[in-house]
Design a protein around this ligand. Sequence first.
Ligand code: PEP
Ligand code: MG
Length: 328
Amino acid sequence: RRAAFAQLRGEVPVTSDGHRITVMINAGLRDDLAALDLTGADGIGLFRTEFQFLVSATLPQREAQRRLYKDVLEAAGDRPVTFRTVDIGGDKALPYLNHDEDGEEENPAMGWRALRLALDRDGLMKAQARALIEAGAGRTLNIMFPMVSEPWEFDAARELFEAQRAWLAARGKKMPTEIRYGAMLEVPALAEVLDILLPKIDFLSIGTNDLTQFLFAADRAHPKLALRYDWLSPSILRFLKRVVDQARTAGVPVAVCGEMGGRPLEAMALIGLGIDRLSITPAAVGPIKAMVRSLDRAALIDAMQTWLAEPGRSLREPLTAWAVEHSI
Ligand code: PEP
Ligand code: MG
C-alpha cells in the first residue's frame, strides 16, 4: 500500500473527467518541509506559524521568524505557500505571554485567541508581519488570518500588514512582488456576512476543525463527542455548499484546510460540493490523490445535489455506496 502511494508522488491529481484538484499540505515546522518532495504536493496550503512559538521557551525574535519563513519559501521553490498568522491563546497558551490577565478562561476555544489576541496585542503581529514581508522579498506572499469572526477584523489585520509593508519599503527593503490576503472561515457567523467579506479578500480557506466544533457546539477534542457528529452530516455539507457557491459567484478561490479534507470519503464529498483545493496532512496526500484520480467529478456533483435535497442522518451511507459502485 505504502509503495503504491509513493508511486503517486509524481502523479497529478486529476479526476477521471479531467478536473485538476490542487492538493497541498499542512505544515508548521522545518521538519515538515521534507514532506513536500516526498508527497509531490502542490504547495503548502496552511503553514501554522504558531508552532514556532509553541516549541520555544521564549518569544521567537523577528529574525528567527524571518529565517524560518525564508527556509519554508526556499523549500517550496515555485510551489505556493500560505502562511497563517499566529493562532495562539485559548488552549495554545504560551508560557511567556500573559494570556489570562482577566483570569482563567472558561471556554478557551471561544476565548481570547488567534486574530482576537493578535489585534489587541498588535506588537506581536507587527513583528510577524515584518518577518513575513522580508522573507517574501521577490515573490508572492500569501497571508491568511485565523478565526476571523467579522469582516472588520480582516480589514484591521490587513491594514496592520500594509502599514508594515510601507514601513519596510520606506527603508529601502526589497518587497514581495505581491501580497495576497485571505481569511479563514472557522467561525460560523462569518458565513452570514460573506457578501461583505468576499470583495475584500484574495482567497478563503475553510478550517473545518474549528468550524464543525462551532457549528455543532461540540468540543473538537472531547473524546465522548468525537464520533457523535459526522463531517458528512447534512448540516455541515449544506453549510459548506452555500459558502462554496457564494465564493464561486464572487470569483474568490476557496480551499479546505481542516482534517476533513485528508479523509478520502470526506474529501470526495468536498469535491462533490465544488471544492477543488485541499490542504491536508502529508500522510493523506497519496490516498487522496488515488481517490481523486478515480473520481467522476461531474457525476458526483449531480449525486450530491440529490442527496442534499433530501438527506438522511448522514451522507456517509450513500457516499460509501457510490464510491464502491464507482470503484473509488
Ligand atoms: C481548523 O480549525 O480547521 C484549522 C485548519 O486550524 P487548526 O486546526 O490549526 O485550528
Ligand atoms: Mg482552527
